[in-house]
Design a protein around this ligand. Structure first.
Ligand SMILES: NC(=O)c1ccc[n+]([C@@H]2O[C@H](COP(=O)([O-])OP(=O)(O)OC[C@H]3O[C@@H](n4cnc5c(N)ncnc54)[C@H](O)[C@@H]3O)[C@@H](O)[C@H]2O)c1
Ligand SMILES: N[C@@H](CCO)C(=O)O
Ligand code: NA
Length: 819
């Protein structure tokens, strides 16, 4: 024997009823003995509640509303059953509607609808749907018996939420089933008391009916047919990667649904659980899907948790005070007061210090709770033993549930590290000693981020995803970075189980954000055609509001305004990666501030490409300092542009043309004067000084300017080229003088005895900086450990590919640290 139950959406339309019929027919053709429980057509119960209330309030339109419900049922009959065979059923249903009309007239006369009357009114929903479907089955040649469950399920007289007299009910059902063959078509939700007065079974009522029948008939299985593919690992509306849980224990199902997974209401399945009858949750609209089996057996699963669910809106109540310590009875009093007022508690936590009790309630109860407890504990509050009751609204609870975490370590560690890495503040924690559920209270704004991050970490179906917002995608570095990410995506997926997802782009003209991820194939056309007008502040506030997990903000501009936003971005627990040197080369105060925010917020601020592009300079220096080395001296060629220019300027060439070449090669700053003025090098040596542990301001860097005032004053880069052309002779002379002595020009930055300086020097072939080619940088660190032979890093220190690579490497390093 199998018991099937079809909910309101499954019997809501003719299309869905046809699917239900097909499922029943399939069972019959396979020779299964089945009993089928039906809910009312979707929405009908609520309509009846409204109509009943309208009648009681003498609103005459109730008749029109009733007629529309009637029409809906007649329409279904007309489409389900052949014209020639309809009349008998239509007559039967018409009689039922006449009864409903009489009832409503009565309600309207006495202007009252009691719980008893409401139960009678609501019972028509199930009676109608079941009448229609059983008749349809018969017309199709399937032997089906309409079963009015009111005759079999006997309850007390607690209308709206009656308690079942289980022994009597079982006996009734067993006797009935013994006498009646064929498909039993049973009205869900309804029952009656000893006097035969209609009652209903309350929340999850039709599931309860199915469970009662299943238990009474010793069914081998109960199938709950609904409109989703079973119970899922998380709410699929909040977590896109949620998937069906194939097997779940009764206890887990109970925990998950307590915290909001609404697919089934497990308390209603208790009769089945007690008899250890497995319950399958299946999808009427996707009947082939295996759904979820809820049963007693413990399961084998590759995951340490079974599912995550949440209640979005709760209020946390805190009762606190020194007078509570060691005093028995405080919690009994708190929960006694709540119980007296029928207020249900969702979560409780008390630290062993006994200094406070904290618990969660529905926000709609929170004002009442506050008043009740302030009154109840008035004398303790007055004497100072207990502080005033504190209520925190706008919170959410999430629960991580699974038998797998029992007596195994690591689940809570993993859980809290995900929350920590995503800057999600934990307001409260509770874990029962059953070790089946860890419940966490967090701020409401973080709930979606938390669910997604936890789901990703525990279920790892699609691997780890880093969400990237990029400023300056159409610039040289930005564009190169995007193409490197695109080319490397398959490798990262395969070898690191990592997805780098670009979720937002902004250049000086356009911006766009898509939390689902932007395609790297056509991002440029997409941004041009579909992007909104760029507005950096708006973009950044959208980034914050979106509150995605595992997020990084990449700034690939040389812009000064963006830097003003860094602190706020880090404060929102979003990491920053940038080749832009402006933030780290402003005031020492600003530099320290960003470092501090990143540290306290537990996010990363990575800027390897600030010095020497992709060359490992910042990481090397940080490694030296963090491991206890001391920097005695740094000597370096830090400008790729100037290195290139001095390596390529020769007699017969114009200096300005070599500068233009450097720009075309992608070595220069957006404005090459940043390089030629020495500003770019000054920024770099300042950053190295700070990374070495020194406190320096930009003005402390001694710098010999390379460019005349006219060049610096030019209004645009083009004007600057015009000015520079006039100074050709000066540069020619510099080079020739050096050459005549067998020397080369090097723009050398030094950090020595706490001082940073930069000067144009000539070096001969014995100098280690002599043999630099192209845009090569060289950095030589003399330290306590590298004293006689310095540690030297050398290689191309500018250019699109090597810089984008450095940014990309920072991105990978961030994602490894989060994963
Ligand atoms: N080129 C190199 O070799 C190299 C090496 C290391 C570091 N860097 C640094 O990389 C950064 C980018 O350099 P690039 O060569 O790609 O420059 P670029 O001029 O080609 O690109 C910068 C992009 O940023 C955009 N942008 C500027 N302000 C913006 C704003 N407010 N909002 C949105 N977009 C804005 C610009 O439109 C441009 O597309 C600079 O900070 C530079 O110092 C470059
Ligand atoms: N413009 C810079 C790029 C690297 O930061 C240079 O020439 O070195
Ligand atoms: Na670097």
């Amino acid at each position: 024997m199998k018991v099937l139950k079809f909910g309101g959406t499954s019997v809501g339309t003719v299309e869905s009823i046809n699917k239900v019929l097909a499922i029943i027919e399939k069972n019959v053709s396979e020779g299964n003995k089945i009993a089928v429980v039906f809910s009312a057509m979707g929405g009908v119960t609520n309509r009846f509640i409204e109509i009943g209330k309208m009648a009681a309030e003498e609103e005459t339109e109730y008749m029109e509303h009733l007629h529309s419900v009637e029409e809906r049922h007649f329409n279904a009959i007309r489409r389900l059953i052949d014209v020639k065979q309809q009349s008998e059923l239509i007559a039967k249903v018409k009689v039922i509607f006449n009864e409903i009309e009489d009832l409503l007239r009565g309600i309207s006369l006495i202007q009252d609808i009691s719980p008893r009357t409401m139960d009678l009114l609501l019972s028509f929903g199930e009676r109608l749907s079941t009448t229609i479907i059983s008749a349809t089955l018969n017309k199709k040649g399937i032997d089906a018996t309409f079963v009015d469950a009111r005759k079999l399920i006997k309850t007390d007289s607690n209308f709206n939420n009656a308690s079942v007299q289980i022994e009597l009910t079982n006996k009734n059902i067993q006797e009935f089933a013994a006498e009646n063959k064929g498909v039993l078509c049973i009205t869900g939700f309804v029952s009656s008391n000893d006097k035969g007065v209609t009652t209903t079974l309350g929340r999850g009522g039709s599931d309860y009916t199915a469970s009662i029948f299943g238990a009474a008939l010793n069914a081998e299985i109960i199938e709950i047919w609904t409109d989703v593919n079973g119970m899922m690992t998380a709410d699929p509306r909040k977590v896109k990667n949620a998937f069906t849980i194939p097997d779940i224990s009764y206890a887990e199902a109970m925990e998950l649904s307590h915290f909001g997974a609404k697919v089934i209401y497990p308390p209603s399945l208790t009769p089945a659980f007690l008899k250890q009858i497995p319950v399958k949750v299946l999808n009427t609209f996707n009947a082939e899907h295996p759904g979820t089996t809820v049963s007693k057996v413990s399961r084998s699963t590759p995951y340490s948790i079974t599912g995550i669910s949440s209640i979005d809106d709760i209020a946390l109540v805190n009762l606190e005070g020194n007078g509570m310590i060691g005093v028995a009875g405080t919690s009994a009093k708190v929960f006694g007061i709540l119980a007296d007022h029928n207020i249900s508690v969702i979560f409780i936590s008390q630290a062993s210090s006994e200094h406070s009790i904290c618990f969660a309630v529905n926000p709609s109860d929170s004002n009442q709770v506050e008043t009740l407890l302030n009154e109840g504990f008035q004398s303790e509050i007055e004497s100072g033993d207990i502080d005033k009751i504190n209520v925190q609204p706008h919170l959410s609870i999430l629960a991580v549930v699974g038998e797998g975490m029992k007596s195994s370590s690591g689940t809570s560690g993993k859980l809290f590290s995900v929350l920590g890495q995503n800057g999600i503040n934990v307001v409260g924690i509770a874990q029962g000693s059953s070790e089946l559920n860890i419940s966490i209270v967090i701020n409401r704004k973080d709930i979606s981020k938390a669910l997604n991050a936890i789901h990703e970490r525990f279920f790892e179906i699609d691997g780890f995803t880093l969400n990237v917002f990029l400023v300056g995608p159409t610039g040289l570095i930005g564009k190169t970075l995007l193409s490197q990410i695109e080319n490397q995506a398959a490798y990262l997926k395969k070898h690191k189980n990592t997805n780098i997802k670009i979720v937002g782009l902004i250049n000086s003209r356009k911006m766009m954000i898509d939390a689902e991820g932007l395609s790297l194939e056509d991002w440029e056309e997409n941004l041009n055609e579909n992007g909104e007008k760029a507005n950096l502040s708006e973009f950044i506030s959208d980034v914050k509001d979106l509150n995605l997990p595992n997020t990084v903000f990449v700034d690939s501009t040389a812009n000064k305004d963006i830097v003003q936003h860094y602190a706020g971005i880090l404060e929102n627990n979003i990491s920053i990666i940038t080749p832009n040197k402006v933030a780290n080369s402003g005031s020492q105060f600003d530099y320290d501030r960003l470092q501090k925010i990143a540290n306290t917020r537990n996010v990363q601020f990575l800027y390897e490409t600030n010095v020497g592009a992709g060359l490992p300079i910042i990481n090397t220096l940080q490694g030296l300092i963090n491991s206890g080395d001391e920097i005695h001296q740094i000597e370096a060629v830090l400008s790729g542009t100037l290195a290139y220019i001095f390596n390529n300027f020769d007699v017969g060439k114009k200096f300005v043309d070599v500068v233009k070449e450097a720009k075309e090669m992608g070595y220069t700053e957006p404005d090459p004067r940043e390089d030629l003025s020495g500003m770019d090098v000054a920024r770099k040596i300042l950053i190295l000084a700070r990374e070495s542990g020194l406190q320096l301001e930009p003005s402390d860097v001694e710098l010999t300017p390379l460019l005349s005032e006219n060049c610096m004053a030019a209004a645009s880069v083009e004007d600057f080229y015009v000015e520079l052309e006039k100074e050709n002779a000066t540069f020619e002379k510099l080079i020739n003088d050096a050459k005549s002595k067998g020397q080369v020009l090097r723009y050398i930055a030094k950090l020595n005895k706490g001082k940073a300086s930069i000067a144009l020097e000539t070096v001969d072939k014995n100098h280690p900086f002599y043999a630099l080619a192209g845009s090569e940088n060289i950095i030589s660190f003399t330290t306590s450990r590298y004293k006689t032979n310095p540690l030297v890093v050398k290689g191309p220190g500018a250019g699109a590919e090597v810089t984008a690579m450095g940014v990309f490497a920072d991105i990978i390093s961030l994602s490894s640290s989060l994963n």
